[in-house]
Design a protein around this ligand. Structure first.
Ligand code: CA2
Length: 143
């Protein structure tokens, strides 16, 4: 089983700002956490982070026929991107949406997610653990 893990804009800055919302651990430690979770389950994985919407769309398109599942934290594009939603629908790869923070208890504009319209599950407010939950969900969903 192969999973593509996508992180959207500014998540590469994790740990540098807003620790009260996103925690004080770095993007590199998130990558290590995800890697450990996948290895523990015998899952092959690729990590991808971009600050560019089109690059994320390209990565999703390229996943067709290569990856069995996608874990995606689209970051701010969650609330704006019909293009990422359409890409996920087009490739029909089961996707699990993750947010470090609880987007439903923050500003009004964060409460709507375009990506949820394509995701099999949305996990919010669990920090790094949310990625592990998404990985385990997809492992079970794909068996
Ligand atoms: O809670 C999440 O994981 C979010 O997807 C994070 C996004 C935000 O736009 C979504 O509404 C919820 C923002 C990621 C930005 O991360 C930062 C990292 C360091 C400093 C500032 C922001």
């Amino acid at each position: 089983m192969k999973l593509l893990i996508i992180n959207g804009p500014n998540l590469n800055l994790l740990g540098l700002r807003e620790p009260d919302i996103y925690g004080n651990r770095s993007y590199e430690s998130l990558c290590a956490f995800i890697g450990d979770a996948c290895k523990a389950e015998g899952i092959e994985y690729k990590l991808f982070q971009s600050n560019h919407e089109g690059a994320i769309v390209d990565e999703i398109q390229g996943a067709y026929g290569v990856f069995d599942g996608i874990v995606i934290n689209p970051a701010a594009y969650t609330h704006t991107s019909v293009a990422i939603l359409d890409a996920l629908k087009a490739v029909e790869i089961p996707a699990a949406e993750v947010h470090l923070s609880d987007i439903n208890s923050r500003e009004e504009f964060r409460r709507h997610s375009y990506i949820s319209l394509a995701a099999k599950i949305t996990i919010c407010g669990k920090g790094f653990e949310g990625y592990k939950e998404a990985i385990l969900f997809l492992k079970d969903y794909l068996k």
